[in-house]
Design a protein around this ligand. Structure first.
Ligand code: CIR
Length: 257
């Protein structure tokens, strides 16, 4: 079954890191209710949701994806590129320890989980403002031991690799062709976002359903027209913190109890 680790929105989210967005006011209560609706959606799609308590001193801690990459064989605790996010690791390590052997990215490497796109045995990792070559080489050394191939891809114009490309099913990616060249990615069928919605690529694939953000209706229609079962969630307040859909959960395949 699928276990999902989430974390309640921090009251400090208004002080989040921002790279490509201007700071605009975030309504904490709205952010919390949108986050709760996100959790309800993934629970409805079959995930067992484990919500970690909010971290009042860690503004971006709701975005749990960046702190770990969970493979079937090992969970790799990252060293986030933003120093303000490194304190998020302790509680994520504790939450993952019952499910996976842990490995770690160490100093001086940096890596954010938002830069890591796992498709079968291929793992694409963005070289970004958050993830550097040292972090990627450390990740590669761990992953190759378990039979994965790691491909480093330069990220431009967005925070993370997965800001511009994500999986919609086991064989298909959704991407923004202005930021990601399909040829850079390991062989997969590619759908493109609507050109008026360049930030629409970050969708969450869960048990045959694609969870997409309400802000991108044209891309939602495109996915539906391509035959995908799509669930729409409103995450506008979390988007003001430069977060999207994959970043709000860590998904772990666990054996049935
Ligand atoms: C940050 O800049 O770290 C947060 N404000 C947003 C992180 C979003 N993470 C993700 O999309 N994987």
């Amino acid at each position: 079954m699928l276990h999902a680790i989430t974390r309640a929105v921090s009251p400090a989210i208004v002080d989040c890191e921002l790279t490509h967005l201007e700071r605009t006011p975030i309504d904490l209560e709205v952010a919390r209710s949108q986050h709760a609706a996100y959790e309800a959606t993934i629970a409805d799609l079959g995930a067992r949701v484990q919500q970690l308590p909010a971290e009042p001193d860690l503004p971006d801690s709701v975005f749990v994806e960046d702190v770990a990459v969970v493979l079937d064989e090992v969970a790799i605790i990252t060293r986030p590129g933003a120093a303000s996010r490194r304190g998020e690791r302790t509680t994520i390590e504790e939450a993952l320890a019952p499910h996976r052997h842990l490995a770690r990215i160490g100093t001086p490497g940096t890596l954010d989980g938002g830069d890591v796109l796992v498709t079968g045995r291929d793992i694409a990792i963005g070289i970004s403002s958050r993830s550097d070559l040292e972090g990627i080489e450390q990740f590669r050394a761990i992953a190759v031991r378990h039979g994965y191939r790691v491909h480093a891809i330069r990220v431009r114009g967005c925070l993370h690799l997965k800001s511009a490309v994500a999986s919609v099913d086991d064989d298909t990616l959704l991407l923004d062709p202005d930021r990601i060249r399909p040829d850079d990615l390991p062989n997969r069928r590619c759908l493109t976002v609507d050109p008026r919605e360049p930030d629409a690529a970050n969708v969450l694939q869960l048990d045959g359903t694609v969870v997409a953000a309400a802000a991108f209706p044209r891309t939602v229609d495109k996915l539906a027209d391509a035959g995908h079962d799509v669930r729409v969630v409103e995450v506008s307040e979390l988007a003001k913190a430069e977060g999207a859909l994959t970043c709000c959960s860590l998904l772990i395949d666990v054996p049935q109890p």
